[in-house]
Structures are given as structure tokens and as C-alpha cells.
Design a protein. Structure first.
Length: 197
């Protein structure tokens, strides 16, 4: 098997180009995913930041919702950042009417959880799964994980204890955007799950 796993980035909307660039820099064969046939060809998927309400609508318009649900249920490694984390959450607070997620992560997230002053901010997070140094995390109209079910594990929190990174088997989610910081340890961590799957 090739040492460059083929991984996809859901490319319906949002900052998918940044994720493609990071994954390629790390040596992955990274491809945009807009169709079921493209999804079927990848061994891992990133769901980027953007706008979860729009991504939800487009996933149905592109007939990707059912294939995505099947892929997640089948154990495909998936990493969601920001809006992608919302897409992976089983439960969402402050969703718009009719908004659906894909689910998979046994968590409750709150959209746009930081007040207007703090809509966007940066901070350093200690993240034991990644080791030293702390991760410089960029939050852009970000969600927080308000509650974790039994199956999900918190792997990163703000100083006030609010959870902003979670893991559950092959699923990973972060409220923040590692693809814009030049620190690619989160993508490496995701690729290690892809290689192991
Ligand atoms: N606020 C957006 C949403 O609800 C997420 C923002 C982001 O992905 N940077 O989907």
C-alpha cells in the first residue's frame, strides 16, 4: 500500500483549500470531495470550517448526506474543524430551524458560543495528545462543546474549562482552525488515525 494515503476534504463550502494545502504538505494525497464517488475513494475526510447551516444544505443538494452518514457509521476517520465539528456533533444548540448535522460525536455543541467581542480570538492550549509546545489556537465565530456524552473524550480545553477539542474513536473535532497557524500537529494526528484504520 502507498505511504501517501488518499484523504479527502469536504469541498462544498468553507476553507477547504487551506486543509488541502496542509495535508499535501504532510505528504498525503489530498483531494476535494464534492461527490459520492470521490468520498468512496478516500481513507479519511476533513470537514472544514465555514458555515454549518450552508454545509448542511449543500450536503443534501449534492446528494452527499447519506453517503457521509454511511461513511461515518462505517468507521471512516473524520476530522471536523469549527463548522466541521458542528457537522460531526450529535446535538447542536443555537442551530437554525431545520438545521441537521451528520453526527457521530457524542457531544452537544453550541454554535457561535463566544460573545460578539470575542467572536474571534487566539490562545495557547495545552494538548496532551500532541505534547509540547502548547497549540496556538485560532477561534473564528467558534462553537464550544457544552456537554460530552459517555463515548466522547475531551482532549483540549480553554483555561476556564470549556472543551474545544474532542475525540471518539476515528472521529476528531476542534472548535479552532489548525489549518491557518502553520502548526500541523493536529493534521498529523488525524493522518496517524487514517494510517491505522
Ligand atoms: N459559526 C459557524 C457555524 O455555525 C462556524 C464558524 C467557522 O467554521 N469558522 O457554522
Amino acid at each position: 500500500m502507498s505511504s501517501a494515503p488518499r484523504v479527502g476534504v469536504l469541498a462544498l463550502q468553507g476553507d477547504f483549500r487551506e486543509h488541502l494545502a496542509v495535508l499535501r504538505e504532510l505528504g498525503a494525497d489530498a483531494v476535494p470531495v464534492r461527490r459520492a464517488s470521490e468520498l468512496a475513494s478516500v481513507r479519511g475526510l476533513v470537514i472544514p470550517g465555514g458555515e454549518s447551516t450552508v454545509m448542511d444544505k449543500l450536503s443534501r443538494a449534492f446528494d452527499l448526506r447519506e453517503p457521509l452518514l454511511d461513511a461515518i457509521a462505517g468507521g471512516l476517520p473524520v476530522y471536523g474543524t469549527c463548522a466541521g465539528l458542528i457537522m460531526l456533533a450529535d446535538r447542536v444548540l443555537d442551530a437554525i430551524e431545520g438545521q441537521q448535522t451528520l453526527g457521530g460525536l457524542d457531544v452537544t455543541v453550541r454554535r457561535n458560543a463566544f460573545g460578539s467581542q470575542l467572536d474571534s480570538f487566539e490562545t495557547d492550549l495545552t494538548m496532551p495528545v500532541l505534547g509540547d509546545p502548547p497549540v496556538h489556537a485560532v477561534f473564528i465565530r467558534a462553537p464550544v462543546v457544552e456537554a460530552l456524552g459517555e463515548k466522547a473524550t475531551a482532549i483540549g480545553s480553554l483555561e476556564d474549562g470549556r472543551v474545544v477539542a474532542v475525540e471518539q474513536g476515528n472521529l476528531l473535532g476542534t472548535s479552532f482552525h489548525p489549518e491557518v497557524t502553520g502548526d500541523y500537529r493536529f493534521h498529523e494526528y488525524f493522518l496517524s488515525k487514517v494510517r491505522a484504520a
